[in-house]
Design a protein around this ligand. Structure first.
Ligand code: NAI
Ligand code: 13P
Length: 323
């Protein structure tokens, strides 16, 4: 069994550790040479997953050609870089997409991007409530594992499942992807609420009304309601909207405390996917005639286009309507 992982950020490193925990040969492609050296030398990733000893059976590389002998590849780059890394991956090898987002410029989901970049590679999606550091420590975790081909899904999920890591199978690839992409934007909204001291009632309302937005958008794009209400939708929404362990929630918290989006987004090493997804999602929703007022509010704050008090007042002053 020869798995490869593309992307040695927090999540790619955690997934490599999960796969290698029983001594399996895992090859991990990293962008940064110092990350390659640290993983191969000291068996750690101080840049993206500090403080966690990694299995010596993970071999890091900076050369995509070193993944040529892999029979399964997990793609874990930031969403906006998925096209370029998948284009460099070996052709025809099953790809498990673990990035969460929508491509700027095209409005495509990650599976659609990957299908364009590697048309001969079978594609699956792994998504759900998964803080990287918890998975790397072996804490219990469940995810949605979606693939149009259910026989392949069973085979691949069995390769990835571990005693504390439980994939649930689905054939709703679009649903799994939309949940993961939209919840990042809603997590920014919940962070804003926290930073501005709006209280727990406000947060619960944002989660519920945000879930209504996710459902409306997902159904319009062909997702199934039960997928959106599952691990990759509601499950991940609840996780990411509740903790400063989430980069998206933390970004929102900064906004809610009055910091500017420009300052919060400049020079960050780690990715807050919701900031990239928000404007693309807003445009896609508008084009589809789907109302997403919470997403619109997040976009206004990210663009530093309106004062926080005005954005909050506008959300609360919307016309009364049936739930
Ligand atoms: N961290 C987490 O707990 C989870 C993250 N994810 C998703 O995984 C994806 C990757 O996130 P993380 O591993 O957290 O990243 P991270 O924020 O820990 O690290 C940033 C990553 O971006 C890479 N990068 C920067 N510029 C790049 C370029 N030009 N081309 C390719 N890669 C580049 C860096 O090498 C690094 O691997 C995101 O879509 C995220 O939403 C999904 C589930 C959990
Ligand atoms: O996707 C995640 C957990 O499932 C990680 O969330 P953040 O990217 O907001 O840290």
């Amino acid at each position: 069994m020869k798995a490869g992982v593309i992307g040695a950020g927090a999540w790619g490193t955690a997934l490599a550790q999960l796969l290698a925990a029983d001594g399996q040969d895992v090859r991990l492609w990293a962008l940064e040479a110092d990350v390659v050296d640290a993983i191969n030398g000291a068996h750690e990733n101080p840049l993206y997953l500090p403080g966690l000893p990694l299995s010596p059976s993970i071999r890091a590389t900076g050369a995509m050609a070193d993944l040529a002998d892999r029979d399964l590849i997990l793609v874990v780059s930031p969403a906006q870089h998925l096209r370029s890394v998948v284009a460099q991956a070996p052709a025809g090898v099953p790809l498990v997409l673990c990035s969460k987002g929508i491509e700027a410029g095209t409005g495509l989901l990650m599976s659609e991007v990957a299908a364009q970049a590697q048309p001969t590679s079978p594609i699956a999606v792994l998504s759900g409530p998964t803080f990287a550091h918890e998975v790397a420590k072996g804490l219990p975790t469940a995810v949605t594992f979606a693939c149009a081909d259910q026989a392949l899904a069973e085979k691949l999920a069995a390769r990835i499942a571990r005693p504390t890591f439980r994939p649930y199978l689905s054939d709703d690839v679009v649903g799994a992807e939309i949940g993961g992409a939209v919840k990042n934007v809603l997590a920014i909204a919940c962070g804003v609420s926290e930073g501005a001291g709006l209280g727990l009632n406000a947060r619960a309302s944002l989660i519920s009304r945000g879930f209504a937005e996710m459902t409306r958008f997902g159904l319009a794009r062909g997702a199934r309601a039960e997928t959106l209400g599952g691990l990759s939708g509601l499950g991940d929404l609840v996780l990411t909207c509740s903790s400063t362990n989430s980069r998206n929630f933390s970004l929102g918290k900064g906004l809610g405390e009055g910091q500017s989006a420009a300052d919060l987004l400049s020079n960050r090493r780690t990715v807050a996917e919701g900031a990239h997804t928000a404007p693309v999602l807003r445009d896609a929703a508008r084009a589809a005639g789907v109302e997403m007022p919470v997403v619109e509010a997040v976009c206004a704050l990210l663009a530093d286009a309106a004062p926080l008090a005005q954005v909050i007042d506008a959300l609360l002053a919307r016309p009364l309507r049936p739930e």
